[in-house]
Design a protein. Structure first.
Length: 375
């Protein structure tokens, strides 16, 4: 095992994944860790299941922010790790355990080696949903402690350890969850003519939704409609009275999101008429695109290129979503991908990030903050 204390911390956090706004043990773990550091060097405020930590500068003229998300996913882990999730049906399958341990590593460094400016560490709940970044940003705490610039990273399974990938401008998509409920008339499997079958209606709906990206979105633009879950019916020989279709929409602009939603609503209306049923649409949580401020991102990419132990790649935009986009809408900054070289991708039950990436990121970001926070 790697000797880094932050690898050991990651493993402890990996055991206790919790869903959005239920990160009680995670918050306690972070608070316990913070209680081991010199209290006079920082101020701490809890916010719901999240935490703000302001590490005091020696002669601050500004405040720099760093955000780490802290929630897990509803996935049953299949890594076989000795430190596998102890929470049935929950897993850190998006790397937030790594994100937290990196944030603690950077924070610990600056508690011991203060720089001129203040640093704000934001341990944010509910990134996977329903979204913690926006309400944190709107909180009284962040009105008082509003950083002048803010940064975050996300693990990238597809890149080797030592690779940093980002770009100026749009990095991640606009997202919206999608929940469609269908209610018809159930009945005996042998009497379909006396019912309105919601399994058939849901199947037709899912197929029609696929036509939106193919036929209604400009081929030079991009969008995604993924249906990740369909439920309906009760047993094999009863025609289903109800069905529910759950998914997510991704677009490269807020305008395209509005257009895609218009088409979804029209298609759902058509299913309502065609299958003589009642329908309702709920868009759940929505995330603003992640847009990297150009000057800061360009300067960061140059900084990374100057380091001997990491490689900087200019990547393409991705259809992933991140509520960190809300922070970047209000505060200049950027997000970047951190290579972790996993054979399995994000949201996979066997995601296995290479833990050496933790110290790579801590080392890179401590150097970056030392440069930015002393200028
Ligand atoms: C980085 C990442 O994987 N983020 C999630 C954000 C999900 C937002 C929301 N729950 C949705 O599904 O639209 C992603 O799936 O991209």
């Amino acid at each position: 095992m790697n000797g880094s204390p932050f690898v050991a911390i990651r493993r402890e956090l990996h055991k206790i994944p919790e869903l959005g706004f239920r990160e009680f043990k995670t918050q306690q773990f972070l608070l316990n860790y913070l209680s081991t550091l010199s209290a006079e060097r920082f101020e701490l405020k809890t916010w719901k299941t999240g935490i703000f930590v302001k590490v005091k500068g020696t002669n601050p003229t500004k405040m720099l922010g760093y955000r780490a998300d802290i929630d897990g996913l509803p996935i049953t882990e299949e890594t076989g790790y000795a430190f596998q999730s102890e929470h049935e049906g929950r897993m850190h399958a998006c790397g937030h355990d790594i994100h937290m341990s990196i944030a603690l590593g950077i924070l610990t460094h600056f508690v011991h080696h203060p720089i001129q400016d203040d640093l704000l560490f934001i341990f944010q709940p509910a990134e996977e949903g329903p979204g913690g970044a926006k309400p944190m940003l709107e909180s009284d705490i962040m009105k008082e402690w509003k950083p002048d610039a803010v940064f975050a990273l996300h693990i990238a399974p597809e890149y080797p350890v030592g690779t940093i990938a980002t770009k100026e401008g749009l990095l991640f998509a606009n997202t919206s969850e999608l929940y469609i409920d269908l209610k018809g008339k159930g009945g005996h499997a042998a009497y379909p003519h006396m019912t309105n079958d919601m399994v058939v209606a849901a199947c037709s709906l899912v197929s029609q939704l696929q036509t939106i990206v193919a036929r209604n979105v400009d081929p030079l633009d991009s969008a995604v409609i993924t249906i990740g879950k369909i439920t309906g019916g009760t047993v094999q020989n009863i025609i289903a009275e109800r069905a529910r279709v759950e998914g997510t929409i991704r677009t490269l602009s807020p305008e395209s999101m509005a257009r895609v939603k218009e088409r979804i609503e029209a298609i759902v209306k058509g299913v309502e008429v065609g299958y003589q049923c009642e329908t309702s649409i709920d868009y759940g949580c929505m995330y603003h695109q992640v847009y990297n401020e150009k000057t800061l991102t360009g300067e960061f990419m140059t900084f990374v290129q100057e380091q001997t132990d990491v490689t900087c790649i200019e990547c393409s935009k991705a259809m992933t979503g991140e509520d960190f986009g809300y922070m970047l809408k209000e505060i200049p900054g950027f997000m970047f991908w951190l290579g972790v070289d996993s054979p399995h991708g994000l949201h996979h039950s066997k995601l296995a990030p290479n833990e050496q990436a933790i110290d790579v990121a801590i080392s890179l970001m401590t150097k970056y903050f030392a440069m930015k926070g002393n200028d």
